[in-house]
Write a protein of this length. Structure first.
Lengths: 672, 248
C-alpha cells in the first residue's frame, strides 16, 4: 500500500511537471506574441543608407491620413521561385518593398492596410493585376510575373506603381509616398507658366505649321518642355502683365525680366498665399535671341525680380557663370570654329547630385547646362535653403563679358581650380515676407463710373498686400534657362525631336516635386552606395579596354589592307592586271594571317580576363570552404595528441609512483 | 559569470567539445557546408550576385542550423542520462538550474566559435567591395541568437528522452516548425482551420521572420524579446523535466 502511495505520488509529480511545461510553453507563446506586437516599433536601422527608416516628410503625410487606403502588393513569388536565378534575385527587392510598406502601415494610425497577393495563372487575382494595369512579364506560356502596387481609397480612386524596379531602390520611398499622396489628392494639377521668352505659343496644328514654314513665315513654337508638361498637367499660360495669379498649384517662371510691377506683386502674393514657384534665371542666357542682334547677352533676373529673390534669400550673381574643368563638355560656339572642350558647357553627372541626395535629381546623371549662373544664399528668418545641384569641389565661378562669351580660349585663360562646389540650383522652403510691404499703387480706370458725367478720369489706389506667408511654401531656383531649351535638351531624330539627355526629366522632376506637398518634397532619396565587386569590375574594365584595343588594331589592319588594295587597283592596267591580281591575293593572304593572329590575341585577352575572374572566384571559394576546416582538423589533431601525450605521461608517472610505493613497501616488509 | 559553479561546469563542458571528435566533426561540417552553399554553383551564388554583402551566406544559416544544432544539443542530457553520469552530477553540490545554464552556455559559446570560424567570408567581401558592415554585424548577431533559441529547444528535448536519436529527430521537427512558422504556405494551411488571431500568434513564433529582419539590418526590441523569451522558456522547461527526473 505504502509503495502504491509513493508511486501514485510520483505519477502526480510527473503530471504536474508536464502541466508545468505545457503551461510554460503556452505562456511563452503569449509573451512572444504580445512582446512582438508591442515592441515592434522600438527598432534601430543599422543600414548605412537608413533604408528601413521613413523620413519625416513621409511620416507627416501619413499622419494626415483620415480615411482608409488599401494597398495591394502584387508579387508573383511562386513564379519567381520557379523561374531563373536572376528572377529569384528580385525576391530581395520584394522583401525590401514589403518591409518598407509595413513601416507605412505602422505609421498610418490604422488608415493603411496591406494585402500581399501572389497572382497565380488563370485566377481572379491575375485578372485584377492585369486590369489595374500592372506591368506583366511572360515567363512561360502560362506563368506571368507581376511586381507592382495598387492603392485604393474609399471613394474608389486607384493609383498604381506598375513595376518596382530594383535599380530605382533609392527612390522607392519617394514613389510610395507620392502614391499615397496622389490617392489623397487625385485631381490633375494646374501649372502656370510665365516667361519673358516665347516658351508657350498658340497651339498651331502641325499641318498649319508646315504651310506657314513653306510660305517663309517664321513660326514660334512652344518649347518642347512645356509641351511635355501638358501631357501630365493642366498648363496655363500666365501673361507678363498679369495682375493676379490664381487657380494654379505651381508657377513656373522662365527667364524673369521686364515683368510689370503688378506682375511681380502678383507673384509675391501668390507665394505668400502658399503657392509654389519653380524659377529659371540665367545671367547669361544664350537661348534668348532677342538681344543677340545688338551684341548683348540676355540676362535675368532683372532688378525687379531680384527684389523678390532677395526675400527668398537666394542671390544670383550677375555676369558670372559656374565652370568645372572635370565636367566641361565638348562643343562649339559657332559653326565656323572647331569643336573643343568648353568651360561654359557643364555636363553634370552623379558627382553634381550625389552629395545632396535629392529626389529631383535621383537617377539624373547626364544633364547639360550652358553658362549656368552662380547661386548664393543669405540667411532669411524661417526659410531653409538646401542645394540641389552643384559643380564638383574643383568647380569655380568665372565672370565673362562681351567678346569673351564667344571665345572658348579666353574663358580657359581665366581657369583656376576651385575648392568648394558652386551651387547651380537651390530649394528654399519656409515662410516668406513680402517684397512689397507698402503694397503697390495701381491705376484704375474710372471710365465706367464717370461715364454718366462724360469724364474719363484715372485714379491711383493702393493695393494692400499680405505681409507674411500664411503657410509654408517652396521655391526652387535653377540658374540656367538654356538647359530646358530645345537646342540643349532635345535632338533631331528621324522620327522628330528626341530627348538628348536628362534635362527634360530634371525639369519634369522639379515640377512634380513642387506640385506635391511640402512634406513630399522633403522625402529624400536614400542615396545609393555602390556595393558591387570593385576588384572584379576593375579586371573586367581592364580586359574590355585591352579587347577594344585589339579590335581597333584588327579594324585598322583591315582598313589599311583596303587602302592598299584600292591603290593596287588604281595601278592596274591591261599589261599588269595579272601581276596585280596576284599581288592582291598575296596581300589578302597576309592580312588573313595577321587577322588570325590578332583574333587569337583577342581571344586570349578575353580568356585571360575571364580566367582571372574565375581564378579569384575559385580562390575565395577554397578559402571559405577549406581553410578554416583544415585549420580546425590540424588544431584537433595537435590538441588531442598533446593531451594524449600528457595523459600518457601522467599514467607513466602514476605507474612509476606505484612501483616506488610497492618497492618501498617491500623494503619495509623486508626490514621488518 | 559570477556563479563559480556555473563557471566551472561551463569550462568543463566547453573543453569537452574539444576533447571529443563530435566537436571537430561539427565544426568541419558546418564551416565546409556553409562555405560550399554560399559559393554553390549557380546564379544565386555569392560570386554570381557580385554584391558585397553576406546575403547569400546568411540565407543558408537557418537550414545549416536546422540539422547541426540538434546534433550538438542531443547529447546535452540524453547522453548523461543514458550513461548514468547524471546521477553522479546531481549528487555533487550543483543545482539543476546551474547545470542547465552551464551546459547551455557552453554549447552556445561553441556555436559562437563555429560562427567566428566563418571570418574569411567577411574578409572576402571587404576585399572585393564596400560592404555595409553594420548589416554584416547584425547578421552574425541574428545567427548567434537563432542558434541560442534552437539550442534551448534541443536541450529541452534532450532532457525529455534518454535516446539521442529521438532527441535529435524531435528537435529537428520542432526547429523546422519554428523556422517555417511565418512562411506563407504554412500560414495558409493554418488559416484554413484557425481564426485570424491564432494565425497571427503562430506567425509571431517564426524564428525565420525575426532572423530575416535582423539579417536585413533592422534590429528591433521585439527580436531581442523573442530570442530571450525563447531561450528562457525552453531552458525553464528543461529544468522542470530534469527536476522531475531527479525526484523519480
Amino acid at each position: 500500500m505504502g509503495i502504491k502511495l509513493v508511486k501514485g505520488g510520483m505519477m502526480d509529480k510527473h503530471k504536474e511537471n508536464y502541466i508545468k511545461v505545457i503551461l510554460g510553453l503556452f505562456s511563452m507563446t503569449l509573451m512572444i506574441y504580445i512582446g512582438s506586437t508591442v515592441l515592434k516599433k522600438a527598432r534601430v536601422d543599422f543600414t548605412e543608407e537608413s533604408l528601413y527608416t521613413l523620413s519625416q516628410g513621409t511620416k507627416s503625410i501619413l499622419s494626415k491620413l483620415d480615411s482608409p487606403i488599401k494597398l495591394k502588393l502584387y508579387y508573383s513569388k511562386t513564379a519567381a521561385n520557379k523561374g531563373t536565378e536572376g528572377l529569384r534575385a528580385f525576391n530581395n527587392h520584394y522583401l525590401y518593398v514589403q518591409e518598407l510598406l509595413r513601416q507605412y502601415v505602422e505609421n498610418s494610425r490604422n488608415n493603411l492596410s496591406l494585402d500581399i497577393i501572389d497572382p497565380r495563372p488563370d485566377t481572379p487575382e491575375e485578372e485584377d493585376a492585369t486590369a489595374f494595369g500592372l506591368r506583366k512579364f511572360n515567363l512561360t506560356e502560362t506563368e506571368r510575373y507581376f511586381f507592382g502596387l495598387v492603392a485604393e481609397n474609399e471613394s474608389g480612386t486607384e493609383k498604381i506603381i506598375e513595376f518596382f524596379d530594383p535599380n530605382q531602390k533609392d527612390k522607392l520611398e519617394y514613389e510610395l509616398t507620392k502614391l499615397v499622396y496622389t490617392v489623397l489628392n487625385p485631381q490633375k494639377k494646374n501649372i502656370g507658366v510665365i516667361s519673358s521668352l516665347e516658351v508657350m505659343t498658340e497651339n498651331l496644328n502641325p499641318y498649319m505649321t508646315q504651310i506657314m514654314r513653306m510660305q517663309g513665315k517664321s513660326v514660334n513654337e512652344s518649347w518642347m518642355v512645356t509641351k511635355m508638361l501638358g501631357e501630365f498637367y493642366n498648363v496655363k499660360k500666365i501673361e507678363k502683365d498679369t495682375k493676379v495669379i490664381s487657380g494654379v498649384d505651381s508657377l513656373v517662371i522662365i527667364h524673369p525680366k521686364d515683368f510689370s510691377e503688378e506682375t511681380l506683386f502678383a507673384i509675391d502674393q501668390y507665394l505668400l498665399k502658399g503657392g509654389k514657384l519653380l524659377v529659371f534665371t540665367d545671367p547669361l542666357a544664350v537661348s534668348d535671341r532677342s538681344t543677340g542682334m545688338h551684341g548683348r547677352i540676355s540676362t535675368s533676373p532683372d532688378s525687379g525680380f531680384k527684389k523678390l529673390m532677395d526675400k527668398w534669400g537666394i542671390i544670383s550673381k550677375p555676369n558670372t557663370f559656374a565652370g568645372d574643368k572635370y565636367l566641361s563638355g565638348v562643343g562649339q560656339f559657332n559653326p565656323n570654329m572647331p569643336a573643343g572642350r568648353l568651360l561654359a558647357l557643364l555636363n553634370c553627372n552623379e558627382n553634381c547630385t550625389n552629395e545632396y541626395k535629392d529626389n529631383i535629381t535621383s537617377g539624373i546623371n547626364n544633364s547639360t547646362f550652358v553658362y549656368p549662373g552662380v547661386l548664393k544664399t543669405k540667411s532669411v528668418e524661417s526659410v531653409k535653403h538646401t542645394p540641389i545641384m552643384s559643380t564638383t569641389r574643383k568647380g569655380n565661378s568665372y565672370t565673362a563679358q562681351g567678346y569673351e562669351l564667344n571665345n572658348p580660349q579666353a574663358l580657359w585663360n581665366k581657369f583656376s581650380e576651385g575648392s568648394e562646389p558652386v551651387v547651380i540650383a537651390y530649394r528654399a522652403v519656409g515662410k516668406y515676407k513680402t517684397a512689397f510691404p507698402d503694397g503697390i499703387k495701381e491705376t484704375e480706370d474710372l471710365k465706367k463710373e464717370k461715364k454718366k458725367e462724360n469724364k474719363n478720369e484715372k485714379i491711383e489706389i493702393i493695393k494692400e498686400s499680405i505681409k507674411e506667408s500664411i503657410k509654408e511654401s517652396a521655391v526652387i531656383v535653377f540658374s540656367d534657362v538654356d538647359f530646358i531649351n530645345d537646342q540643349f535638351a532635345f535632338k533631331k531624330s528621324f522620327l522628330g525631336a528626341a530627348v538628348a539627355n536628362d534635362n527634360s526629366t530634371l525639369f519634369l522632376n522639379s515640377v512634380e516635386a513642387l506640385t506635391g506637398d511640402v512634406d513630399l518634397m522633403s522625402v529624400r532619396s536614400k542615396g545609393r552606395i555602390n556595393r558591387s565587386f570593385d576588384v572584379i569590375n576593375n579586371i573586367e574594365f581592364e580586359a574590355e579596354k585591352r579587347t577594344a584595343d585589339k579590335v581597333k588594331e584588327i579594324n585598322s589592319s583591315i582598313a589599311r589592307f583596303q587602302g592598299e588594295l584600292n591603290q593596287l587597283g588604281r595601278k592596274a592596267n591591261e599589261g599588269n592586271i595579272g601581276l596585280i591580281q596576284n599581288e592582291g591575293i598575296r596581300k589578302k593572304k597576309e592580312l588573313a594571317k595577321k587577322i588570325a593572329i590578332l583574333k587569337k590575341d583577342l581571344r586570349s585577352v578575353k580568356r585571360e580576363g575571364r580566367e582571372r575572374i574565375e581564378g579569384i572566384g575559385k580562390f575565395f571559394q577554397y578559402l571559405n570552404t577549406l581553410l578554416v576546416p583544415i585549420l580546425v582538423i590540424g588544431f584537433g589533431v595537435y590538441y588531442n595528441r598533446k593531451r594524449n601525450h600528457l595523459m600518457q605521461g601522467r599514467r607513466i608517472a602514476k605507474k612509476h609512483d606505484k612501483n616506488i610505493k610497492s618497492q618501498s613497501n617491500q623494503i619495509k616488509e623486508m626490514n621488518i | 559569470m559570477k556563479d563559480k559553479t556555473i563557471r566551472n561546469l561551463f569550462c568543463k563542458e566547453f573543453t569537452n567539445y574539444l576533447k571529443t571528435p563530435l566537436g571537430y566533426v561539427f565544426l568541419v561540417i558546418f564551416l565546409f557546408g556553409i562555405g560550399y552553399l554560399t559559393f554553390e554553383p549557380g546564379r544565386g551564388s555569392f560570386f554570381y550576385m557580385r554584391e558585397a554583402s553576406l546575403v547569400s551566406f546568411f540565407r543558408y544559416m537557418p537550414w545549416m542550423f536546422l540539422f547541426l544544432i540538434p546534433a550538438v544539443s542531443m547529447r546535452l542530457w540524453s547522453d548523461e542520462r543514458k550513461s548514468g553520469t547524471i546521477e553522479l552530477l546531481l549528487t555533487m553540490p550543483v543545482t539543476i538550474r546551474q547545470a542547465v545554464i552551464a551546459k547551455f552556455l557552453a554549447s552556445w559559446v561553441f556555436i559562437g566559435v563555429a560562427l567566428s570560424g566563418t571570418f574569411p567570408m567577411v574578409l572576402t567581401v571587404v576585399y572585393l567591395g564596400n560592404p555595409d558592415l553594420g548589416v554584416v554585424f547584425l547578421g552574425y548577431l541574428a545567427s548567434f541568437f537563432m542558434a541560442g533559441a534552437l539550442l534551448a529547444v534541443g536541450g529541452f528535448f534532450s532532457a525529455l528522452t534518454k535516446n539521442q536519436v529521438i532527441s535529435f529527430i524531435l528537435t529537428v521537427c520542432v526547429s523546422f516548425l519554428l523556422i517555417m512558422a511565418g512562411s506563407p504556405p504554412v500560414l495558409d494551411f493554418i488559416s484554413t482551420f484557425s481564426p485570424k488571431y491564432l494565425v497571427a500568434i503562430f506567425e509571431s513564433l517564426s524564428v525565420l521572420n525575426h532572423f530575416d529582419s535582423m539579417e536585413r539590418g533592422v534590429f528591433s526590441l521585439s527580436n531581442l524579446w523573442f530570442f530571450t523569451i525563447m531561450i528562457i522558456c525552453w531552458l525553464y522547461g528543461s529544468i522542470i523535466l530534469l527536476n522531475g527526473n531527479k525526484a523519480s
